[in-house]
Design a binder for this molecule. Structure first.
Ligand code: HEM
Length: 488
C-alpha cells in the first residue's frame, strides 16, 4: 500500500518528492520521539534534500541541505517569512503580538526593528556587562561553597537559573531585585508556561505528537490561567516603571532595562500595553531555555573530552591576569578556542534543531519544485550540521576545525553560511544572538577559569548521557552533576 510510487510523472514534477507513505497516516509512522533525527534519517535514506512529508492530514516541507535552505531563507526569504498560527500563542502572547510567533506583516516588521535596534543590539548587550558579571559572581560563590564542601553541583539547574536571572534583570532591572527569592516567582511562571507554548507549538506544527488531544479545554484553561498570572506580574512591573518615569523624568540611558526602553518608544512605535507585554515575553521564551540548553550541551561535551577541556582551560588561564578572580568581557576578546568550542557545540547541538517553523505566504518554486502557499517549511539545521557531505568527521566534537588553521575557519553562525544555522538566517533570524553569546561566553570562561571539574565518584566520562528530549528547544535528558575543585 505504498502510495508515492503510483504518482504520475507529471505530479512528481510539480511538488517536492516524498518517501513512500501509508494511506491516512502518511509518514507519521516514520517519525519517532526526536523528529529532527527521524527527518534526517529519511532525507539521507531517500537522498531528498527537499521533501514533502504528510503527517496525518498535514503536509510539511523538510529542507536538509545548505543549497536548498539558502533558497528558502535568502533567495525566497520574503515568501517563507511567515509563521503558522497556533492557539496557545494567540492566548498567551496577546494575539500573538510578540515577534517569534507573529505572522509576517507590518506589525512584525516594526516590532522586530524596534527590538533589534534598541533592545538586543551590540551596544545594549555591552551595557549589561556589569549586571552580567554580578550574576556570574553570585554563581561562582555558590560553586565555591560546593567546592569547599566537596559536593556535586547540578550544573543543568545552576546554568538555567543563571540565564534566567540575567534575562529577568535585563527585562525588569531594579524591579524585584530587592525582594527575597530573586526572580524565583518569574522562574516558576516561566517553568509553567514553557511547556504550554513549546508543547502546543510542537503539537500543532508537528501534529503527530498530539497524543492526548492538545487543543482540549483543559489546555486552553491552563493557557488562560498562566496568561492571567503573566498579566498581573507584567502589569505590576510596567506600572512601577511608569511611576518612576513620572517621578524622576530622567533622560534615557544605556543602563535602561527593556521595560524602560519599550516605554520610551511607546509613541514612536504606537505600542499598546499588550504589545509591550508580548515583546517582553519573547525574551523569556525565546531567550532563556535556548541559552541554558546551549551552555549545558557545551559543558557536557567538554566533560566528555578532557583533552579539549584542558586546552580551553590553558587558553583562558593564560589570558586572565594572575590574581584576577573574574574573567571579564575584556578578557574574552582574545579567546579564539573558547569561541571555537561554542561554535562546535552549536554545530552538533543546535538547540532549536528545526529552527522555528516557517510558513509560505504564496506559492513559489524551489529547486524546480512547486511549493504551494500556506505550507509549513522546516529547516533541519541539526541534520545539515552533521552531514558528512559538508563536514569532515561530522559526528566528532572537533573545535579545531573552526580555528584559523582549520578547514572550517571561514564558516560562521551569523546566518551567512548555510551549513551552520543555529540562529537561522534571513528576515526571521534570531535577534538575540549577541545577547545569548555574551552570557554563554562569560559563564563558560568563568566556570573553567576558576575551577577544575570532576565527575561524581564512580562516574566515567563515557557515562555522560547526551540523550535529548524534543521540543521547539531541545535539551539533554539527564542533569549534569559535576564536582568542582577550586583552582589556585
Ligand atoms: C543560544 C541561544 C539561542 C539560539 C540557539 C536561538 C535560536 C533561534 C532560532 C533558530 C530562531 C528561529 C529562526 C528562524 O525562524 O529561522 C530564533 C528566533 C528568535 N529568537 Fe533566538 N535563539 C537564542 C537566544 C535568543 C535570545 C537570548 C533571545 C532574546 C533575548 C532570542 C529571541 C528570539 C526571537 C524574538 C526570535 C523570533 C524572531 C522572528 O521570528 O523574527 N533568542 N532564535
Amino acid at each position: 500500500t505504498l502510495l508515492s510510487g503510483k504518482r504520475t510523472r507529471e505530479q512528481q514534477d510539480q511538488q517536492p518528492p516524498s518517501p513512500p507513505a501509508l494511506p491516512i497516516l502518511g509518514h507519521i509512522h516514520l517519525v519517532g520521539s526526536l523528529p529532527h533525527v527521524s527527518f534526517g534519517t529519511l532525507a539521507k535514506k531517500h537522498g531528498l534534500d527537499l521533501m514533502m512529508l504528510r503527517l496525518g492530514a498535514m503536509p510539511v516541507i523538510v529542507v536538509t541541505s545548505p543549497r536548498v535552505d539558502e533558497a528558502v531563507l535568502r533567495t525566497h526569504d520574503l515568501v517563507f517569512a511567515s509563521r503558522p498560527s497556533a492557539l496557545a500563542t494567540e492566548i498567551i502572547l496577546y494575539g500573538p503580538s510578540d515577534i517569534g510567533f507573529t505572522p509576517y506583516g507590518g506589525y512584525w516588521r516594526q516590532a522586530k526593528k524596534l527590538v533589534t535596534t534598541h533592545l538586543l543590539n551590540v551596544n545594549k548587550v555591552r551595557s549589561f556587562r556589569q549586571a552580567r558579571e554580578e550574576e556570574v559572581t553570585m554563581v561562582m560563590a555558590q560553586i565555591s561553597k560546593a567546592a569547599a564542601a566537596g559536593t556535586a553541583v547540578d550544573m543543568s539547574g545552576l546554568l538555567a537559573s543563571f540565564i534566567n536571572d540575567v534575562a529577568c534583570r535585563a527585562v525588569m532591572g531594579r524591579f524585584f531585585r530587592n525582594e527575597s527569592g530573586r526572580y524565583t516567582q518569574l522562574r516558576e511562571l516561566i517553568g509553567h508556561t514553557s511547556p504550554l507554548i513549546g508543547g502546543f507549538n510542537v503539537e500543532e506544527f508537528f501534529p503527530f505528537l498530539a497524543r492526548f488531544g492538545v487543543l482540549s479545554k483543559v489546555v486552553r484553561a491552563k493557557s488562560e490561567r498562566v496568561k492571567r498570572r503573566w498579566d498581573e506580574l507584567l502589569d505590576r512591573a510596567i506600572q512601577d516603571h511608569e511611576e518612576e518615569e513620572h517621578s524622576s523624568l530622567k533622560p534615557a540611558s544605556d543602563q535602561d532595562d527593556f521595560i524602560q526602553v519599550l516605554l520610551s518608544f511607546r509613541q514612536e512605535y504606537d505600542l499598546t500595553r499588550e504589545h509591550i507585554k508580548a515583546l517582553l515575553l519573547d525574551v523569556f521564551f525565546a531567550g532563556i531555555e535556548t541559552s541554558a540548553s546551549t551552555l549545558d550541551f557545551t559543558t557536557a561535551e567538554l566533560m566528555r573530552r578532557p583533552d579539549i577541556l584542558r586546552k580551553l582551560q590553558a587558553e583562558i588561564r593564560s589570558r586572565v591576569p594572575e590574581g584576577q578572580e573574574l574573567v571579564t568581557g575584556t578578557d574574552l576578546a582574545d579567546m579564539p578556542y573558547l569561541r571555537a568550542v561554542i561554535k562546535e557545540s552549536l554545530r552538533l547541538h543546535p538547540v532549536t534543531p528545526l529552527l522555528a517553523p516557517h510558513f509560505s505566504t504564496e506559492s513559489c518554486s524551489i529547486d524546480g519544485f512547486a511549493i504551494p502557499a500556506k505550507m509549513r517549511v522546516v529547516i533541519n539545521a541539526w541534520a545539515i550540521g552533521r552531514d558528512e557531505r559538508f563536514w569532515e568527521d561530522a559526528e566528532e566534537f572537533v573545535p579545531e576545525r573552526f580555528l584559523d588553521s582549520g578547514n572550517a575557519a571561514e564558516i560562521d553562525f551569523k546566518g551567512n553560511d548555510f551549513r551552520l544555522l543555529p540562529f537561522g538566517s534571513g528576515r526571521r533570524m534570531c535577534p538575540g544572538m549577541n545577547f545569548a553569546m555574551a552570557n554563554i561566553e562569560v559563564m563558560l570562561a568563568n566556570l573553567i577559569h576558576r575551577f577544575d571539574w570532576e565527575l561524581p565518584l564512580g562516574k566515567e566520562r563515557h557515562d555522560i548521557d547526551m540523550t535529548e528530549v524534543f521540543g521547539i528547544v531541545v535539551h539533554r535528558k539527564q542533569k549534569l552533576l559535576l564536582v568542582p575543585k577550586l583552582h589556585v
